[in-house]
Write a protein that binds this ligand. Structure first.
Ligand SMILES: [Zn+2]
Length: 119
């Protein structure tokens, strides 16, 4: 159980999708320059389509490590939204601070655990 209301979840989901869209659009543009995107896929029409947008590992190899990490974190966050575990710290099981989720919607740990990991 988490205490995020539906409206907040919807807003955070939108931010995750916008970020995913931004990363994949940049990737798509770089691939198109080399005509390697091909028949891969059509561009999703709706923001929500990006949630299930599929990409190959080969495509991802073009991303920087930072963007790759971010994309994976976004996808995991979207999965957690689907299975209802979003907003719960994966390390200690406590709810993640709402302010932290607003700041980093794709985070999977609470502020305290994040501090522990980074030290
Ligand atoms: Zn924690």
């Amino acid at each position: 159980m988490h205490r995020l209301d539906a409206k907040t979840l919807k807003r955070l989901r939108r931010r995750l999708l916008e970020e995913k869209q931004r990363i994949l659009r940049t990737l798509k543009e770089s691939l198109e320059e080399e005509e390697r995107w091909g028949a891969m896929t059509q561009e999703p029409m709706d923001l929500e389509d990006w949630a299930h947008f599929s990409y190959s590992e080969e495509m991802l190899a073009r991303l920087s490590a930072r963007e790759l990490d971010l994309l994976r974190a976004i996808d995991r966050a979207l999965q957690r939204m689907d299975n209802g575990s979003y907003g719960i710290c994966e390390s200690c099981g406590k709810p993640i601070e709402p302010e932290r989720l607003e700041l980093i919607p794709w985070t999977n740990v609470c502020a305290e655990c994040a501090r522990k990991f980074s030290s």
